[in-house]
Design a protein around this ligand. Structure first.
Ligand code: NA7
Length: 575
């Protein structure tokens, strides 16, 4: 095969490196999947990553204030007791450099770096049906051939830079937060314009404002934010974690969203308005994503959600002194947490600084970028630096940038023309032996990601082990199982208020031309885990396996399976 390919090319291209499995991405997913396949199953495995280091999203997102919104003692791997015991986080939410130190610690401890090729961007991955191999080529022409292809590319890695006319003419410097220069950016005394007020912009603005001469925040869609209440972890907390590691692991693995706290069972209208106010105040003081967990029905009952929304809008008006700015910040059009709910450190208070201005794009939209700044309808804002905190082509963007072709040359782009379709978020019909970690249709971004990642990697490893034990060479999701799963993903989203925020990257509406489909699975990580376990236990229902020489079968009676249809009613979405 290699020789033929070399002859076809008529060049001296190096032979492909032959592997059992190839993993794309060296973030949380890729590192743990490497451990599972190499060290548990004894497979030959390599990891390729375009970045110059391990770390995945944390390699790229090093903008000012970059910090994880999951609490540090849960934003980690739990598979190794020794690793859990020896690592100590310093703050309630880990900052980007500390996460990078953690990733290095993991990579060194498990001797992973010898199997990782960095600065290696995958250009194409084509399935050769006759050979049952994935032929992968990098942008620099390196070639690999593997039985299994695992995409561990992350959900938020393809930066979205909006096409605003005139950017090329801008004479200052501009940066996207997810492509931040490693040497940092000096804002001292500079006139800075930040476009975007999602989770990233909300983290970045208060830090940029500390040194910038002036910061103009260009806001198109206002959003809620709850104080993170970040700070150094106390000795008491560290001791608590040491003594309760097992229990904390149980909690993260048994709550719908993988966080280290449980969702309170009370409902909003079970308590009096006075009591509710006290509960919200206490949740505000606790801070972070725990706010969302103070009642169980915030995500499923609009009237209940309205009470949280009003409380949070009231907080903005309390904090921000200028009433016009407060109104613009609090003019929020979607229910709380139906878009990814940001958490912050001094975000709203930043607008009380003399050197910070909010530009309300709803009333004064951007017309173009000029050589000297940003021209909105009413004014030219003179700027030295523009920061794009404009998000990502989330969940599908990075995969679709790679030329992925399955059986019969079917491209992933064709397969997903009307929006991503997966079975369990893990496989796509027509793409045998390809597994998509945290893919669309899995809980992914609605879950504390390391928790979802460990589950995926373990499940994929078990599936591959099952194939090897049973002489099966190909596994492929069946089309009707996939259709049923896609319907279930929609049903899970529809059982929540999330479809009410239809302008969000969860739906793909932030990228022009992208199919509009609710992408993550909102049924909760606990339910998802149970479904995956049931499917495996029942002989991997909804997947077809073939052995050496057998033809790939097309599903006839696939998913008699349909284990998920029997799942309990959705009442605690995993967000
Ligand atoms: P988000 O949440 O997609 O936020 C992007 C922000 O950029 C949002 O406020 C957008 O406003 C704004 N945006 C995007 N394009 C434009 C244009 N053309 N003009 C003005 N404003 C624009 O991305 P983040 O990076 O903040 O967060 C992504 C996830 O990363 C986050 O949820 C965490 O999970 C980690 P819009 O709402 O589209 O009006």
């Amino acid at each position: 095969m290699d020789t033929i390919e070399q002859e076809r090319r008529g060049d001296n291209a190096e032979a492909a490196t032959e592997l059992d499995a190839l993993i794309i991405g060296a973030g949380f997913s890729g590192l743990y999947q490497l451990i599972c396949l190499r060290d548990r199953l004894g497979l030959s495995v390599k990891v390729l990553d375009a970045a110059g280091d391990v770390g995945g999203t944390w390699y790229w997102n090093r903008y000012p204030g970059a910090r994880c919104d999951s609490e540090s003692h849960s934003y980690c791997y739990f598979f190794s007791k020794e690793l859990v015991e020896e690592w100590e986080w310093s703050e309630r939410y880990p900052e980007q450099p500390e996460i990078m130190r953690y990733m290095h610690h993991v990579a060194d401890k498990f001797d992973l770096k010898r199997d990782i090729f960095l600065n290696t961007r995958v250009a194409s991955a084509h399935y050769d049906e006759a050979a049952n191999r994935w032929n992968v080529e990098t942008e620099s022409g390196k070639r690999f051939a593997a039985t299994y292809l695992i995409t561990a590319v992350g959900c938020l890695s393809a930066a979205n830079i909006p096409e605003i006319p005139g950017l090329d003419s801008f004479e200052g410097d501009w940066y996207h937060t997810a492509q931040w220069p490693h040497e940092g950016v000096d804002f001292s005394g500079k006139r800075v314009g930040q476009i975007g007020t999602g989770s990233t912009g909300i983290q970045a603005a208060p830090v940029i404002a500390q040194t910038a001469g002036h910061l103009s925040v260009f806001q198109r869609t206002p959003t809620y934010s709850v104080p993170a209440n970040n700070g150094p972890l106390s000795d008491e907390f560290k001791q608590y974690f040491k003594e309760n590691r097992g229990e904390i692991r149980k909690i993260v693995e048994s709550t719908p969203n993988g966080h280290p706290f449980r969702i309170n069972e009370r409902k909003v209208f079970d308590v009096s308005p006075e009591e509710r106010k006290k509960i919200y105040e206490a949740a505000w003081a606790t801070g972070g994503l725990q706010f969302r967990a103070c009642f169980q029905d915030l995500m499923v009952n609009k009237a209940a959600n309205d009470t949280a929304a009003e409380f949070l809008k009231g907080k903005i008006r309390e904090i921000v002194k200028d009433p016009k700015t407060a109104d613009a910040l609090a003019d929020i059009d979607h229910p709380y947490a139906t878009k990814r709910p940001p958490i912050d450190t001094n975000y709203f208070d930043t607008f009380n600084r003399d050197n910070v201005t909010l530009v309300n794009l709803r009333t004064d939209p951007i017309e173009r970028i000029t050589p000297v700044g940003i021209k909105t309808r009413d004014k030219e804002h003179k700027l030295d630096i523009i920061v794009f905190a404009t998000g990502f082509d989330a969940m599908t963007g990075t995969l679709l940038k790679i030329d992925i072709r399955g059986r019969g040359g079917l491209t992933l782009r064709q397969a997903w023309e009307a929006g991503p379709k997966t079975y369990l978020g893990l496989q796509v019909p027509g793409f045998p032996n390809m597994f998509t970690m945290t893919g669309p249709g899995s809980p992914s971004v609605l879950c504390n990601l390391p928790v979802a990642i460990e589950q995926h990697a373990n499940w994929i490893t078990d599936c591959i082990a099952h194939m090897r034990q049973n002489g099966k060479e190909r596994v492929e999701a069946l089309p009707d199982a996939t259709e049923k799963w896609v319907a279930h993903v929609n049903e899970a989203a529809d059982a929540t208020l999330m479809p009410m925020a239809n302008h969000s990257w969860y739906h793909g509406t932030n990228v022009p031309g992208k199919p509009q489909v609710f992408m993550p699975y909102a049924g909760g990580m606990t339910r998802y885990r149970a479904i995956c376990e049931d499917i495996a236990r029942n002989g991997y229902e909804g997947f077809s396996f073939t052995g050496n020489g057998e033809q790939m079968t097309t599903a006839k009676n696939s998913t008699s399976a349909n284990a998920f249809a029997a799942a309990e009613a959705i009442n605690s979405p995993g967000v």
